[in-house]
Design a protein around this ligand. Structure first.
Ligand code: PYC
Length: 403
Protein backbone atom coordinates (compact mmCIF):
# COMPACT_ATOMS: atom_id res chain seq x y z
CA UNK A 1 0.00 0.00 0.00
CA UNK A 2 1.22 3.50 -0.78
CA UNK A 3 2.66 5.08 2.36
CA UNK A 4 1.89 8.80 2.33
CA UNK A 5 3.62 9.76 5.56
CA UNK A 6 7.06 8.76 6.74
CA UNK A 7 6.50 6.68 9.88
CA UNK A 8 10.13 6.63 10.92
CA UNK A 9 11.77 9.81 12.11
CA UNK A 10 15.13 10.75 10.57
CA UNK A 11 16.44 11.38 14.08
CA UNK A 12 14.73 11.44 17.48
CA UNK A 13 14.48 14.18 20.11
CA UNK A 14 15.99 13.45 23.54
CA UNK A 15 16.17 14.98 26.98
CA UNK A 16 19.68 16.17 27.69
CA UNK A 17 21.50 13.66 29.92
CA UNK A 18 23.73 14.73 32.78
CA UNK A 19 26.79 13.04 31.28
CA UNK A 20 28.14 11.94 27.88
CA UNK A 21 31.48 10.36 26.98
CA UNK A 22 31.85 12.77 24.06
CA UNK A 23 30.20 16.12 23.31
CA UNK A 24 30.42 17.34 19.73
CA UNK A 25 29.75 21.05 19.24
CA UNK A 26 28.30 21.68 15.77
CA UNK A 27 25.67 19.61 13.94
CA UNK A 28 26.93 20.24 10.43
CA UNK A 29 28.44 17.66 8.11
CA UNK A 30 31.71 17.44 10.08
CA UNK A 31 30.07 17.05 13.51
CA UNK A 32 27.47 14.56 12.32
CA UNK A 33 30.04 12.58 10.33
CA UNK A 34 32.30 12.38 13.41
CA UNK A 35 29.30 11.17 15.43
CA UNK A 36 28.38 8.58 12.80
CA UNK A 37 31.91 7.14 12.56
CA UNK A 38 32.23 7.15 16.38
CA UNK A 39 28.99 5.17 16.50
CA UNK A 40 30.38 2.70 13.97
CA UNK A 41 33.34 2.18 16.31
CA UNK A 42 30.96 1.47 19.21
CA UNK A 43 31.32 4.86 20.94
CA UNK A 44 27.66 5.80 21.34
CA UNK A 45 27.28 7.82 24.55
CA UNK A 46 27.72 10.90 22.40
CA UNK A 47 25.75 14.18 22.15
CA UNK A 48 25.91 16.42 19.09
CA UNK A 49 24.89 19.98 20.03
CA UNK A 50 24.02 22.87 17.77
CA UNK A 51 22.78 26.32 18.64
CA UNK A 52 20.56 26.27 15.53
CA UNK A 53 19.01 23.52 13.43
CA UNK A 54 20.97 20.75 11.72
CA UNK A 55 23.08 22.08 8.87
CA UNK A 56 22.18 25.69 9.68
CA UNK A 57 25.80 26.82 9.45
CA UNK A 58 28.10 26.38 6.48
CA UNK A 59 26.78 22.88 5.71
CA UNK A 60 23.62 24.54 4.41
CA UNK A 61 25.36 27.57 2.92
CA UNK A 62 28.02 26.17 0.62
CA UNK A 63 27.87 25.49 -3.10
CA UNK A 64 28.25 21.71 -2.65
CA UNK A 65 31.37 21.27 -4.79
CA UNK A 66 33.36 18.08 -4.20
CA UNK A 67 36.91 17.69 -5.55
CA UNK A 68 40.40 16.43 -4.71
CA UNK A 69 42.58 18.48 -7.08
CA UNK A 70 44.58 20.22 -4.36
CA UNK A 71 48.17 21.39 -4.43
CA UNK A 72 50.14 20.02 -1.47
CA UNK A 73 51.34 16.47 -0.73
CA UNK A 74 49.39 16.72 2.55
CA UNK A 75 46.14 18.11 1.11
CA UNK A 76 45.85 15.90 -1.99
CA UNK A 77 45.64 12.49 -0.24
CA UNK A 78 43.34 13.93 2.41
CA UNK A 79 40.75 15.32 -0.05
CA UNK A 80 41.24 12.29 -2.31
CA UNK A 81 40.09 10.08 0.55
CA UNK A 82 37.10 12.36 1.09
CA UNK A 83 36.03 11.98 -2.54
CA UNK A 84 36.42 8.22 -2.18
CA UNK A 85 34.19 8.23 0.91
CA UNK A 86 31.63 10.45 -0.83
CA UNK A 87 31.56 7.96 -3.72
CA UNK A 88 30.39 5.21 -1.34
CA UNK A 89 28.31 7.36 0.97
CA UNK A 90 24.80 6.65 -0.38
CA UNK A 91 25.54 2.95 -0.07
CA UNK A 92 27.09 3.29 3.38
CA UNK A 93 24.26 5.42 4.81
CA UNK A 94 21.43 3.72 2.91
CA UNK A 95 20.37 7.22 1.91
CA UNK A 96 20.79 8.86 -1.49
CA UNK A 97 23.10 11.87 -1.24
CA UNK A 98 22.81 12.55 -5.00
CA UNK A 99 26.52 12.77 -5.74
CA UNK A 100 26.97 13.79 -9.39
CA UNK A 101 30.59 13.28 -10.50
CA UNK A 102 30.13 15.39 -13.58
CA UNK A 103 33.69 16.73 -13.76
CA UNK A 104 35.26 19.95 -12.52
CA UNK A 105 37.19 22.57 -14.53
CA UNK A 106 39.38 25.25 -12.99
CA UNK A 107 39.98 27.91 -15.65
CA UNK A 108 43.14 29.97 -16.02
CA UNK A 109 43.22 33.29 -17.86
CA UNK A 110 46.87 34.34 -17.36
CA UNK A 111 50.30 32.75 -17.85
CA UNK A 112 50.94 32.52 -14.12
CA UNK A 113 47.54 30.91 -13.52
CA UNK A 114 48.35 28.31 -16.22
CA UNK A 115 51.68 27.62 -14.48
CA UNK A 116 49.87 27.15 -11.18
CA UNK A 117 47.45 24.66 -12.72
CA UNK A 118 50.33 22.80 -14.36
CA UNK A 119 51.98 22.29 -10.97
CA UNK A 120 48.70 21.07 -9.51
CA UNK A 121 48.17 18.65 -12.42
CA UNK A 122 51.66 17.18 -11.87
CA UNK A 123 51.20 16.88 -8.10
CA UNK A 124 47.75 15.32 -8.58
CA UNK A 125 49.07 12.79 -11.11
CA UNK A 126 51.93 11.79 -8.77
CA UNK A 127 49.47 11.14 -5.95
CA UNK A 128 46.89 9.28 -8.03
CA UNK A 129 44.30 12.04 -8.45
CA UNK A 130 42.78 12.26 -11.92
CA UNK A 131 43.39 15.80 -13.16
CA UNK A 132 45.11 17.22 -16.22
CA UNK A 133 45.69 20.46 -18.08
CA UNK A 134 43.51 21.01 -21.15
CA UNK A 135 43.35 23.79 -23.75
CA UNK A 136 40.49 25.97 -25.03
CA UNK A 137 39.30 23.54 -27.72
CA UNK A 138 38.79 20.71 -25.25
CA UNK A 139 37.18 23.13 -22.79
CA UNK A 140 34.70 24.14 -25.50
CA UNK A 141 33.99 20.49 -26.31
CA UNK A 142 33.20 19.78 -22.64
CA UNK A 143 31.30 23.04 -22.04
CA UNK A 144 29.73 24.17 -25.34
CA UNK A 145 28.12 27.29 -23.79
CA UNK A 146 31.41 28.80 -22.58
CA UNK A 147 33.03 31.74 -24.36
CA UNK A 148 36.58 30.81 -25.39
CA UNK A 149 37.01 33.66 -27.85
CA UNK A 150 40.30 35.54 -27.78
CA UNK A 151 38.40 38.83 -27.83
CA UNK A 152 36.90 38.12 -24.38
CA UNK A 153 37.85 40.56 -21.62
CA UNK A 154 40.08 37.87 -20.04
CA UNK A 155 40.40 35.04 -22.60
CA UNK A 156 40.49 31.49 -21.26
CA UNK A 157 44.00 30.05 -21.70
CA UNK A 158 43.63 26.58 -20.16
CA UNK A 159 41.86 24.56 -17.50
CA UNK A 160 42.65 21.92 -14.92
CA UNK A 161 40.17 19.18 -15.77
CA UNK A 162 39.30 16.94 -12.84
CA UNK A 163 36.78 14.27 -13.97
CA UNK A 164 35.89 12.87 -10.49
CA UNK A 165 34.91 16.30 -9.15
CA UNK A 166 31.28 17.28 -9.03
CA UNK A 167 28.38 18.40 -6.90
CA UNK A 168 26.28 16.78 -4.22
CA UNK A 169 23.00 17.45 -2.45
CA UNK A 170 24.39 19.08 0.69
CA UNK A 171 21.33 18.79 2.92
CA UNK A 172 21.00 15.11 2.02
CA UNK A 173 24.56 14.58 3.29
CA UNK A 174 23.71 16.30 6.59
CA UNK A 175 20.43 14.42 7.00
CA UNK A 176 21.97 11.09 5.96
CA UNK A 177 24.74 11.35 8.55
CA UNK A 178 22.24 12.50 11.21
CA UNK A 179 19.96 9.56 10.45
CA UNK A 180 22.92 7.16 10.49
CA UNK A 181 24.22 8.52 13.82
CA UNK A 182 20.73 8.38 15.35
CA UNK A 183 20.34 4.74 14.34
CA UNK A 184 23.64 3.95 16.07
CA UNK A 185 22.25 5.40 19.33
CA UNK A 186 23.84 8.87 19.22
CA UNK A 187 21.81 11.85 20.46
CA UNK A 188 21.45 14.98 18.36
CA UNK A 189 20.40 18.14 20.20
CA UNK A 190 19.55 21.11 17.97
CA UNK A 191 18.83 24.52 19.57
CA UNK A 192 21.30 23.74 22.34
CA UNK A 193 23.83 26.51 22.62
CA UNK A 194 27.20 26.05 24.32
CA UNK A 195 27.81 28.96 26.70
CA UNK A 196 30.94 27.77 28.49
CA UNK A 197 33.36 24.85 28.87
CA UNK A 198 34.74 23.93 32.29
CA UNK A 199 38.21 22.52 32.87
CA UNK A 200 40.02 21.29 35.99
CA UNK A 201 43.80 20.99 36.06
CA UNK A 202 43.97 21.31 32.28
CA UNK A 203 41.32 18.64 31.60
CA UNK A 204 37.84 19.26 30.15
CA UNK A 205 35.16 18.33 32.71
CA UNK A 206 31.85 19.85 31.59
CA UNK A 207 29.99 21.91 29.02
CA UNK A 208 27.51 24.61 30.01
CA UNK A 209 24.52 24.96 27.66
CA UNK A 210 21.30 26.96 27.54
CA UNK A 211 19.59 23.68 28.56
CA UNK A 212 21.81 22.93 31.53
CA UNK A 213 25.22 21.50 32.33
CA UNK A 214 26.64 18.33 30.78
CA UNK A 215 29.55 16.48 32.35
CA UNK A 216 32.06 15.11 29.86
CA UNK A 217 35.78 14.50 29.50
CA UNK A 218 35.90 14.98 25.71
CA UNK A 219 34.71 17.93 23.63
CA UNK A 220 35.10 18.17 19.86
CA UNK A 221 34.80 21.71 18.46
CA UNK A 222 33.50 21.36 14.90
CA UNK A 223 31.89 24.75 14.54
CA UNK A 224 32.30 26.95 11.50
CA UNK A 225 32.16 30.69 11.85
CA UNK A 226 32.44 30.66 15.65
CA UNK A 227 35.22 28.13 16.20
CA UNK A 228 37.53 30.70 17.77
CA UNK A 229 34.77 31.79 20.19
CA UNK A 230 34.36 28.19 21.36
CA UNK A 231 38.14 27.70 21.61
CA UNK A 232 38.47 30.82 23.76
CA UNK A 233 36.11 29.15 26.27
CA UNK A 234 39.07 26.92 27.21
CA UNK A 235 41.65 29.70 26.85
CA UNK A 236 42.92 28.65 23.39
CA UNK A 237 43.52 31.30 20.73
CA UNK A 238 43.21 29.96 17.19
CA UNK A 239 45.04 31.64 14.27
CA UNK A 240 41.78 32.25 12.43
CA UNK A 241 40.13 35.26 10.81
CA UNK A 242 36.50 34.84 9.74
CA UNK A 243 35.22 36.25 6.43
CA UNK A 244 31.78 36.03 4.79
CA UNK A 245 31.47 34.13 1.50
CA UNK A 246 28.45 34.88 -0.69
CA UNK A 247 26.61 32.84 -3.30
CA UNK A 248 23.30 32.93 -5.17
CA UNK A 249 21.01 30.85 -7.38
CA UNK A 250 19.18 31.80 -10.55
CA UNK A 251 15.80 30.83 -11.88
CA UNK A 252 15.71 27.31 -13.37
CA UNK A 253 16.95 26.93 -16.95
CA UNK A 254 16.91 24.01 -19.36
CA UNK A 255 19.92 21.79 -18.72
CA UNK A 256 22.94 23.19 -20.61
CA UNK A 257 25.85 22.82 -18.18
CA UNK A 258 27.01 19.47 -16.84
CA UNK A 259 30.43 20.45 -15.49
CA UNK A 260 31.46 22.51 -12.47
CA UNK A 261 33.24 25.64 -13.72
CA UNK A 262 35.61 27.62 -11.51
CA UNK A 263 37.68 30.58 -12.62
CA UNK A 264 40.75 31.19 -10.52
CA UNK A 265 41.26 34.64 -12.06
CA UNK A 266 37.66 35.85 -12.12
CA UNK A 267 36.94 34.32 -8.67
CA UNK A 268 33.60 32.94 -9.71
CA UNK A 269 32.18 29.41 -9.91
CA UNK A 270 29.14 28.11 -11.71
CA UNK A 271 27.24 24.85 -11.74
CA UNK A 272 23.75 23.80 -12.75
CA UNK A 273 21.68 21.76 -10.32
CA UNK A 274 19.37 18.94 -11.29
CA UNK A 275 16.49 21.42 -10.77
CA UNK A 276 18.00 23.59 -13.52
CA UNK A 277 19.05 26.48 -11.27
CA UNK A 278 22.53 27.89 -11.65
CA UNK A 279 24.49 28.06 -8.42
CA UNK A 280 26.96 30.95 -8.59
CA UNK A 281 29.56 31.91 -6.01
CA UNK A 282 32.01 34.69 -5.26
CA UNK A 283 35.35 34.98 -3.53
CA UNK A 284 35.37 35.74 0.20
CA UNK A 285 34.38 39.26 1.23
CA UNK A 286 37.54 41.38 1.68
CA UNK A 287 36.65 42.27 5.30
CA UNK A 288 36.45 40.02 8.34
CA UNK A 289 32.97 39.69 9.84
CA UNK A 290 30.46 37.20 11.24
CA UNK A 291 27.75 38.68 9.01
CA UNK A 292 25.68 36.40 6.82
CA UNK A 293 24.14 39.34 4.94
CA UNK A 294 24.15 39.39 1.15
CA UNK A 295 25.35 42.52 -0.61
CA UNK A 296 24.62 44.16 -3.96
CA UNK A 297 28.30 44.77 -4.92
CA UNK A 298 29.04 41.06 -4.56
CA UNK A 299 25.97 40.12 -6.57
CA UNK A 300 27.08 42.54 -9.30
CA UNK A 301 30.58 41.04 -9.24
CA UNK A 302 29.25 37.47 -9.50
CA UNK A 303 26.92 38.46 -12.35
CA UNK A 304 29.60 40.36 -14.28
CA UNK A 305 32.15 37.54 -14.06
CA UNK A 306 29.58 34.85 -14.88
CA UNK A 307 28.64 36.81 -18.01
CA UNK A 308 32.28 36.97 -19.06
CA UNK A 309 32.23 33.17 -19.16
CA UNK A 310 28.64 32.68 -20.37
CA UNK A 311 27.45 35.82 -22.22
CA UNK A 312 24.19 34.08 -23.23
CA UNK A 313 22.97 34.24 -19.61
CA UNK A 314 22.44 38.00 -19.75
CA UNK A 315 18.64 37.86 -19.28
CA UNK A 316 18.69 35.28 -16.48
CA UNK A 317 17.23 36.37 -13.13
CA UNK A 318 18.70 35.68 -9.71
CA UNK A 319 16.27 34.13 -7.23
CA UNK A 320 18.11 34.05 -3.90
CA UNK A 321 21.41 35.13 -2.40
CA UNK A 322 23.02 34.06 0.87
CA UNK A 323 26.31 34.01 2.77
CA UNK A 324 28.27 31.73 5.06
CA UNK A 325 31.15 32.58 7.36
CA UNK A 326 34.54 31.07 6.48
CA UNK A 327 37.23 30.58 9.12
CA UNK A 328 40.46 31.35 7.27
CA UNK A 329 43.82 30.09 8.55
CA UNK A 330 47.14 31.64 7.45
CA UNK A 331 48.00 28.66 5.21
CA UNK A 332 44.46 27.84 3.97
CA UNK A 333 44.58 24.39 5.57
CA UNK A 334 42.37 23.23 8.43
CA UNK A 335 43.33 22.71 12.08
CA UNK A 336 42.61 19.19 13.24
CA UNK A 337 43.47 17.17 16.30
CA UNK A 338 44.12 17.52 20.01
CA UNK A 339 45.03 20.80 21.61
CA UNK A 340 47.96 19.95 23.89
CA UNK A 341 47.22 22.73 26.44
CA UNK A 342 43.76 21.34 27.26
CA UNK A 343 43.31 17.58 27.60
CA UNK A 344 40.01 16.37 26.17
CA UNK A 345 39.55 19.39 23.89
CA UNK A 346 39.81 18.57 20.17
CA UNK A 347 39.33 20.74 17.12
CA UNK A 348 38.24 20.18 13.54
CA UNK A 349 38.09 23.81 12.41
CA UNK A 350 39.54 26.49 10.14
CA UNK A 351 38.16 25.10 6.92
CA UNK A 352 38.11 28.37 5.04
CA UNK A 353 36.29 27.65 1.77
CA UNK A 354 37.03 23.90 1.77
CA UNK A 355 34.84 22.54 4.56
CA UNK A 356 31.96 20.71 2.95
CA UNK A 357 34.08 18.59 0.65
CA UNK A 358 36.12 17.31 3.62
CA UNK A 359 33.17 16.25 5.80
CA UNK A 360 33.47 12.45 5.50
CA UNK A 361 37.25 12.18 5.84
CA UNK A 362 37.47 14.63 8.72
CA UNK A 363 34.57 12.92 10.53
CA UNK A 364 36.18 9.53 10.06
CA UNK A 365 39.68 10.55 11.13
CA UNK A 366 38.50 12.61 14.12
CA UNK A 367 36.37 9.65 15.25
CA UNK A 368 39.44 7.41 14.98
CA UNK A 369 41.48 9.85 17.07
CA UNK A 370 38.79 10.08 19.78
CA UNK A 371 38.15 6.33 19.87
CA UNK A 372 41.79 5.17 19.85
CA UNK A 373 43.79 8.14 21.17
CA UNK A 374 46.03 7.89 18.08
CA UNK A 375 46.20 10.63 15.45
CA UNK A 376 45.68 9.12 11.95
CA UNK A 377 48.55 9.85 9.54
CA UNK A 378 46.20 11.65 7.14
CA UNK A 379 45.56 14.46 9.63
CA UNK A 380 48.95 14.68 11.38
CA UNK A 381 50.07 17.57 9.11
CA UNK A 382 47.07 19.68 10.18
CA UNK A 383 47.92 19.94 13.89
CA UNK A 384 47.64 23.35 15.55
CA UNK A 385 51.33 23.10 16.51
CA UNK A 386 52.37 23.58 12.85
CA UNK A 387 51.92 27.32 13.25
CA UNK A 388 54.68 27.58 15.85
CA UNK A 389 56.84 24.77 14.44
CA UNK A 390 57.09 26.39 10.97
CA UNK A 391 55.42 23.47 9.17
CA UNK A 392 52.70 25.31 7.25
CA UNK A 393 50.66 23.43 4.61
CA UNK A 394 50.23 26.15 1.98
CA UNK A 395 47.00 25.29 0.19
CA UNK A 396 46.13 28.78 -1.05
CA UNK A 397 46.93 27.88 -4.65
CA UNK A 398 44.02 25.43 -4.68
CA UNK A 399 41.57 28.11 -3.54
CA UNK A 400 40.13 29.56 -6.70
CA UNK A 401 37.75 31.69 -4.66
CA UNK A 402 39.70 33.29 -1.85
CA UNK A 403 42.81 35.26 -2.57
O1 PYC B 1 37.10 24.93 -2.94
O2 PYC B 1 35.89 24.17 -4.58
C1 PYC B 1 36.10 24.97 -3.67
C2 PYC B 1 35.07 25.98 -3.37
C3 PYC B 1 34.08 26.41 -4.16
C4 PYC B 1 33.39 27.35 -3.45
C5 PYC B 1 33.96 27.49 -2.26
N1 PYC B 1 35.01 26.64 -2.21
Amino acid sequence: MLQLFRKERMWRPHFLKARYDVVIIGAGVHGLAAAYYLGKRGVTNVAVLDKGYLGSGNSGRNTAIIRANYRTPEGIPFYHESVRLYEGLSQDLGYNVLFSQQGHLTLAHTDSAVDGLRVRAEANALLGVDSRLIGPDEIKRLVPAIDISTSAHQPIRAALYHPPGGIIRHDAVVWGYARGADRLGIEIHPHTEVQGIQTENGQVTAVQTNRGQIKTGTVLNVTSGWCSTIARMVGVNLPIVSHPLQACVTEPLKPFLDKVIVSSNLHVYVNQTDRGELVLGAEIDPYSSYSSASTLPTLEMIAAHTLELFPALVEVRVLRQWAGVCDMTPDYSPIMGEVPEVRGFLVDVGWGTYGFKAGPVSGKTMAELIATGRTPDLIKPFALSRFYEDRLVGEKAAAAVSH
